[in-house]
Design a protein around this ligand. Structure first.
Ligand code: ADP
Length: 496
């Protein structure tokens, strides 16, 4: 009888369930796009109940498509969009409010207030993070304030808090386990990087009661078993990762000097730094890569918030395209962007600017600009942003980055990857399975429970789909990068 590891990849744009076989190969998958709720400009919410319902539906789908049974699954790995958080009632199992998504900027004024009070440095020292609305801490405070104002009868003893990993784990285990792992906890702005525990001073600062927070555990380990009534079998959950950390794991980046960039809703460049906490001089984040019961690995990260999200916006908001993949042919149909530049700041700018008030902009439009130029400008802006972060990572490190390993939805765009190689002047390597996030969760879960024996063998078996070498477009791409930087300067400090 064949056995599998199940990866549940709960992303920003959608949720996936993927079965991986004993050789670490993808056996079958199911996907559902997730509804994005935009209640106000700069706000973004997800319905956590939809995430859980879709998780169950995807599981049924992948089982029926492949003919496997729940009892054929030997372990589950969870990997999730990070920072997105919610509160729920542990007696009813219902969320008290929609989850606030990592891109949501509603708590930017609170962050500014805290910066003015001189809190940024202490927060950066303790958590490794730049004080920003991106992380969960201010979002949880907002949710607790909302409950106090709008549902004052709520007894906080019945309330649990968590990121999406915690929410889905709690549901999978039938409400038995309230836990998270170090990689997700390190993105809340509430975990002390040194002690790897919730920091009492920070919980105090944000008014978050310690008892509503989940237990923090190693990323690879025992998180409890799924409840039979919920899942159809009692299957151990043996890995939890933040999505970017899972991708780092799947790329085999387990030593300093190795790094990857994931092109999803946002772009995330993560560099493995080994077993000591690393600090950046370039506004990169210091974060946990993953932990095992015996060791902790740390990383430096450049987070760019809205890259693939700009492609979604071209499709759903601006209606300039009908599907994300068609941007490849559209960009190719014109020799350049005709002087049009785009700043992908739909929800502010992350690394290396950290400007919450920046907003997206098209600049350089003349009468000759067409839809194709605008679409191409959006794709180019993704590659330019990644170049900024690669430059920052180079400035932080002894040795220059010589190759970029990529994954994520938008890394399937050949034109974008070639342009990325041109603008960076280094090769860009894309693996055959571009879904590294799910692969990382499956590898972690299978290794933790002994289904897989060797991490090195799993990594060695991964195949490269294509290497994009810097080509004839290099000179123009690198010259245009300077113009794009000018556009970025115009889009900064936009809202109050
Ligand atoms: P996430 O895990 O953040 O939900 P994914 O890795 O699933 O993201 O990638 C989805 C994102 O990639 C979407 O924002 C989508 O617009 C973008 N995308 C997917 N395919 C392409 C493509 N061929 N070209 C450009 N962008 C794409």
């Amino acid at each position: 009888m064949s056995k599998y590891v199940l990866a549940l990849d709960l992303g920003t744009t959608g949720n996936r369930a993927i079965l991986f076989d004993r050789a670490g190969q993808l056996h079958g998958q199911a996907y559902k796009e997730l509804t994005q709720h935009y209640p106000r400009p700069g706000w973004l919410e997800h319905d956590a109940s939809e995430i859980w319902t879709d998780t169950q539906a995807n599981l049924q789908q992948v089982l029926s498509d492949t003919g496997a049974a729940a009892t054929d699954i030997v372990a589950i790995g969870l990997t999730v969009q990070r920072e997105t958080c919610l509160l729920w009632d542990k007696t009813t199992g219902k969320p008290l409010h929609k989850a606030i998504v990592w891109q949501d900027r509603r708590t930017a004024p609170l962050c500014r207030e805290l910066t003015e009070k001189g809190k940024a440095e202490e927060i950066q020292q303790k958590t490794g993070l730049v004080l920003d609305a991106y992380f969960s801490a201010t979002k949880l405070k907002w949710l607790l304030d909302w409950v106090a104002e709008n549902a004052s009868e709520t007894n906080l003893d019945n309330v649990l808090a968590g990121t999406i990993d915690t929410w889905v784990l709690w549901n999978l285990t039938g409400g038995k386990v309230h836990a998270t792992d170090h990689s997700n906890a390190s993105r809340t702005m509430l975990m002390n990087l040194k002690t790897q525990e919730w920091d009492a001073d920070l919980l105090d600062l944000f008014g978050i009661p310690a008892h509503i927070m989940p237990k923090i555990q190693p990323s690879l380990g025992e998180f409890g078993k799924t409840r039979h009534e919920v899942f159809g079998a009692e299957v151990p959950v043996t890995a939890l990762f933040g999505d970017q950390q899972a991708a780092l794991f799947a790329h085999g980046c387990d030593r300093p000097g190795l790094l990857k960039c994931t092109y999803g809703t946002g772009c995330f460049l993560v560099a493995q730094m080994g077993t000591e906490i690393a600090r950046s001089t370039q506004q990169l984040l210091s974060t946990v890569a993953w932990t095992t019961p015996d060791a902790s690995y740390y990383a430096l990260e450049g987070a760019m918030f809205t890259t693939g999200a700009c492609i979604q916006w071209l499709r759903d908001g601006a209606k300039l395209i009908e599907s994300a993949p068609e941007t490849e042919a559209i960009a190719q149909s014109v020799p350049d962007s005709n002087g049009v530049y785009f700043v992908p700041a739909l929800s502010g700018l992350g690394a290396p600017h950290w400007d919450m008030s920046a907003r997206a902009a098209f600049l350089g439009i003349t009468g000759g600009a067409t839809q194709a130029h605008m679409v191409r400008a959006v794709l180019e802006s993704i590659a330019y942003q990644v170049k900024e972060v690669v430059d920052a990572a180079n400035a932080d490190s002894q040795s220059l980055i010589s190759r970029l390993k990529v994954d994520g939805g938008a890394s399937n765009n050949n034109w974008l990857m070639q342009f990325q190689a041109d603008v960076l002047g280094i090769p860009v390597e894309r693996p055959a399975v571009s879904d590294a996030t799910a692969q990382g969760a499956a590898f972690g879960a299978g290794l933790a429970n002994g289904f897989y024996e060797s991490y090195d063998d799993l990594i060695a078996a991964r195949q490269v789909d294509r290497v994009f070498e810097p080509g004839a477009g290099q000179t123009a791409a690198q010259e245009n990068f300077a113009m794009w930087s000018k556009a970025v300067a115009r889009a900064k400090n936009w809202t109050d």
